[in-house]
Ligand binder design. Structure first.
Ligand code: 3PG
Length: 211
């Protein structure tokens, strides 16, 4: 089996991935620029809004220095849509076999989601050694990741779901954690009012986490 492309080489020193829900295309580029101004250039845009794919296209076109990930991929057809919109990496919240195959065949780096040891092992069998652990806090959090580190020693995770500035550091201290994901960097109020300065401030704080 050919090795699947890894996500981690794109991370650089960044250890926090903002998980973004973008309501309007107009928000996309100012948001990506605000995050980059705070030192956050690796981002995940979720496919949860009508505007999401167009927002991704805008970021891919106007912000070449941003490493664009596309997340909340639930169906194989969305893998192609994400590629066409400029995805440099793919993220799924959970991963059926059909979805995992589509992601593997895309040749795009990915963080496929797993929430249990069996799901982690199934993905590992397919060659995915870097995975999203979701929903991290609800599924067992730091203790769960500590427990799987022994048997699943070759896996690295991006825990996401319930991560906050208060607990991010503990996750980032684990040897099997590559980075964490979270939505706290882009509060709904700041997004809605276009308060990009606030988002740059939160991004700069997040960029310092884990360093
Ligand atoms: C998500 O998919 O919504 C992400 O995991 C973000 O979760 P959070 O809002 O708890 O950070």
């Amino acid at each position: 089996m050919t090795a699947l492309p890894l996500f981690s080489p794109m991370l650089g020193a960044q250890r926090v991935i903002p998980v973004l829900t973008i309501d309007t295309v107009e928000q996309a580029v100012p948001l990506a620029e605000a995050l980059a101004a705070g030192g956050i250039r690796v981002i995940e845009v979720t496919l949860r809004t009508k505007a999401a794919l167009k927002a991704c296209e805008a970021i891919a076109h106007h912000c070449p220095d941003v490493v664009l990930g596309i997340g909340t991929i639930l169906a194989p057809s969305q893998v192609n849509e994400a590629r066409d919109a400029g995805a440099r990496f793919l993220v799924t919240p959970g991963t059926s076999e059909k979805l995992a195959l589509a992601v593997a065949e895309s040749g795009i780096a990915a963080l496929p989601g797993a929430g249990t040891v069996s799901e982690m092992v199934a993905l590992m069998e397919m060659g995915f050694h870097e995975q999203k652990f979701f929903p991290a806090e609800a599924a067992g959090g730091v203790d769960y990741l500590k427990s799987v580190a022994g048997p699943l020693a070759e896996l690295k995770f991006c825990p996401t779901g319930g991560i906050t500035p208060a607990n991010a550091g503990t996750y980032l201290g684990l040897a099997n954690v590559l980075c964490v994901g979270g939505s706290w960097i882009t509060p709904k109020t700041a997004m809605a009012s276009g308060n990009w300065a606030e988002i740059t401030r939160l991004a700069a704080e997040a960029a310092r986490l884990g360093r």
